[in-house]
Design a protein around this ligand. Structure first.
Ligand code: CAA
Length: 305
C-alpha cells in the first residue's frame, strides 16, 4: 500500500479574505511552503497582506515566533495579480480556494482551474457547506463524459479542506471527500493540513458536513430566540458563554463568521436536505438584505464602528 506525504512544494491560495489569508499564513509559517496568493481584487490582496504583516508582528511581540521566522514566512508569500488570472498558478502543486460561499462562483473557478492547471495539481475547496461532489463535477471539460478517462482525471483531484476562523488559532481542519475524490488526493490533502499544524477530522459530503450541520442550526435557533423576543441579545450570548463555557455567544459568533456566510450555509442545509427544520431565520435574511453582515461590515448583532 502506498503511503502518500503531501508532496506540496508550492501552494496556491485563491481568495485573500479572512480565510484565504489565514490559510496562506499557516502554510507559510507552519508548513514552510512558498505560497502564491491570488484574488480578483488588488485592494483585497493588499488588505490581506497588511493583515498578515500585523499577525506576524503580533506573534513576534508575544514571543510566539522569532523575528527571523516571521520574515522567512512573509518572504514565502508572493502575489499573483488579478490581471494574470488563474493561469498564474500553473506551477503550484495544490490550490486551496477560499472565495465566497456560492456554488456558481465555485463551479466557474474550478472549471477554470481544471482547464488552466496541470492534471497533477490538487484542487481543494475551503467551502463550509457546499457539496464537494458538485464542485468536482465542474472540472469535467465540456464535451467529455464523467466516465471517460480524461473526464475522471479532474474530479478525482478535488477535495474539501475546511479551515476554521481565525485560521492561525483554530486547531481543526475538516477533510471532505467527494464521490469522485481519489484516495491519493485525500491522503495528500490530509498530510498537508497536518503540516500546517492542524488536527484533521473526516466528514462525508453532506450539506454542512459535520461542523456546520451542527453549528449553523444552533446559530439560527439563537437568532430565532432573539426574533421571538425570548431573550435579549446580551442574555442569549451570556447564557451560552457562562452556562456552557463557549468562548463567544452564538450571536457574537455569527457576527464574527459573517451573517452572509451564515445565511448561505443555512440555505445550503435547507435546500440540500429539504427539511423545514433548517429554514433560515427571517431576521437573519433581513439583516443580510440590509448589508448588516457582522464584524466585517461594521454592524451586525453588535456595533463595530
Ligand atoms: N487572527 C489570528 N489570531 C487571533 C485572531 C485572529 N483574527 N483573533 C484572536 N487571535 C488570537 C490572539 O492573538 C490570542 O493569541 P494568544 O493566545 O497567543 O495571545 C488568541 O487568539 C486569543 O485571543 P484574545 O485573547 O484576543 O481573545 P479571546 O480569548 O476572546 O479569543 C477567539 C478569540 C480565539 C476568536 C475566541 O473568541 C474563539 O475561539 N471564538 C470562537 C471561534 C470559533 O468558533 N470559530 C469557528 C467559527 S466557524 C468557522 O470558521 C467555519 C465555518 O464554516 C463557518
Amino acid at each position: 500500500m502506498t503511503i502518500y506525504g503531501h508532496g506540496i512544494r508550492t501552494l496556491g491560495v485563491l481568495g485573500s479574505g479572512q480565510m484565504g489569508l489565514g490559510i496562506a499564513y499557516v502554510a507559510a509559517l507552519r508548513a514552510k511552503v512558498p505560497v502564491l496568493l491570488h484574488d480578483r481584487s488588488s485592494a483585497q490582496i493588499q488588505k490581506g497582506l497588511a493583515l498578515m504583516d500585523r499577525l506576524l508582528e503580533k506573534d513576534v511581540a508575544k514571543g510566539k515566533i522569532k523575528a527571523e521566522e516571521a520574515k522567512e514566512a512573509r518572504d514565502r508569500v508572493s502575489v499573483v495579480p488579478p490581471e494574470k488570472g488563474m493561469s498564474g498558478l500553473q506551477d503550484v502543486d495544490m490550490v486551496i480556494e477560499a472565495v465566497s460561499e456560492s456554488l456558481p462562483l465555485k463551479q466557474a473557478i474550478f472549471g477554470s482551474l481544471a482547464a488552466d492547471l496541470p492534471p497533477s495539481t490538487i484542487l481543494a475547496s475551503n467551502t463550509s457547506s457546499i457539496s464537494i461532489t458538485k464542485i468536482a463535477a465542474s472540472t469535467i471539460p465540456e464535451g467529455h463524459s464523467a466516465s471517460s478517462k480524461e473526464g475522471l482525471q479532474s474530479p478525482s483531484r478535488v477535495v474539501g479542506l475546511h479551515f476554521f476562523n481565525p485560521v492561525p488559532v483554530m486547531k481543526l481542519v475538516e477533510l471532505i471527500s467527494g464521490l469522485q475524490t481519489s484516495q491519493e488526493t485525500m491522503e495528500r490533502a490530509k498530510a498537508f493540513a497536518m503540516a500546517c499544524g492542524k488536527e484533521v477530522t473526516s466528514s462525508q459530503d453532506v450539506p454542512g458536513f459535520v461542523s456546520n450541520a451542527l453549528l449553523m442550526p444552533f446559530i439560527n435557533e439563537a437568532i430565532m430566540c432573539l426574533e421571538k423576543g425570548i431573550a435579549t441579545r446580551d442574555d442569549i450570548d451570556k447564557t451560552l458563554k457562562l452556562g456552557m463555557n463557549h468562548p463567544m455567544g452564538p450571536l457574537q459568533l455569527a457576527d464574527f463568521i459573517g451573517l452572509d456566510t451564515c445565511l448561505a450555509i443555512q440555505q445550503t442545509l435547507y435546500q440540500g436536505t429539504g427539511d423545514s427544520k433548517y429554514r433560515p431565520s427571517i431576521l437573519l435574511e433581513r439583516m443580510v438584505d440590509a448589508q448588516w453582515l457582522g464584524k466585517k461590515s461594521g454592524k451586525g448583532f453588535y456595533d463595530y464602528s
